[in-house]
Design a protein around this ligand. Structure first.
Ligand code: 6GU
Length: 246
């Protein structure tokens, strides 16, 4: 998969050299290219923003540098690019959208600063390619770069060969399947006793059916406590059959 990021803070994307995404890059599963938006300005001050028409606070990113940058980036590869525009006004980023984006060959991110990008830019590129305006949650960041890191990590770990164990996203919270819409429960490793605290006995029992049932109960408890909004989206019908199969 190819990823392009156009930003006025290229150094903000340094974490893409680290950990899972960094490894995916050095192994060749990911081709990441970070571009400085100011390379497509032509004035002495490399201006990327201006005051909003209609008045109001803050500044708006000018359309011309974005247009020149995206024209050049989109022309630099073959295949269908998908534009991902991080914005607090976008559609919520979910695991479902992560899975959808992980199936695309080429993502182009346009993280903005200030009050956002002149609206005509999204309108222009909607006519040329698939565009997703995406928000990572109900809070406001100073810019979209952190959102690009979030989305990239969620997508990269779904790519074939990027996670060590292909099974490790089967049980993810929000993954489809029997446990869909339940948060993951607690996990334990050795030693079996630590500071007087025991690992729940059922996990040492070797009884896969009982373990599956216990994990589901814990997952339900956590979901009810932390995300009561998800409980209504659970499908309990398949649960017992799922447990007995294990
Ligand atoms: Cl994608 N951008 C900004 N600036 N703030 C956000 C966001 C994105 N998602 C949630 N808040």
């Amino acid at each position: 998969m190819r990823l392009d990021v156009v930003t006025i803070f290229p150094e903000y994307l340094e974490p893409l050299n680290v950990s899972l995404v960094g490894r995916a890059r050095s192994r060749g599963s990911l081709d990441v290219r970070v571009h400085d938006l100011r390379d497509w300005t032509h004035d002495r001050h490399r201006t990327v923003d201006d005051t909003p028409f209609g008045g109001g606070p803050g500044m708006v990113m000018k359309p011309e540098p974005w247009g020149e940058a995206l024209d050049e980036v989109l022309a630099s590869g073959e295949g269908e690019p998908v534009l991902v525009v991080p914005t607090p006004s976008g559609r919520p980023f979910t695991q479902e959208l992560a899975v959808e984006l992980a199936g695309k060959p080429w993502l182009v991110f346009t993280p903005a600063r200030y009050e956002g990008i002149d609206r005509r830019v999204v309108e222009e590129y909607r006519q040329r390619c698939e565009v997703h305006e995406v928000s990572i949650g109900d809070y406001v960041l100073a810019g979209g770069e952190a959102a690009v890191l979030v989305i990239t990590e969620a997508v990269a770990r779904l790519l074939p060969g990027v996670l060590g164990n292909a099974e490790s996203h089967r049980d993810d919270s929000f993954a489809p399947g029997a446990m869909a819409n339940l948060l993951e429960g607690p996990v334990y490793t050795k030693p079996p006793q630590w500071r007087g605290r025991e690992v729940p006995e059922v996990l040492l029992s070797g009884h896969h059916g009982r373990i599956a049932r216990w994990r589901r109960d814990e997952a339900l408890r956590r979901t009810a406590a932390n995300r009561p909004d998800l409980i209504g989206r659970c499908a309990p019908a398949g649960w017992d059959k799922h447990d007995r199969a294990l």
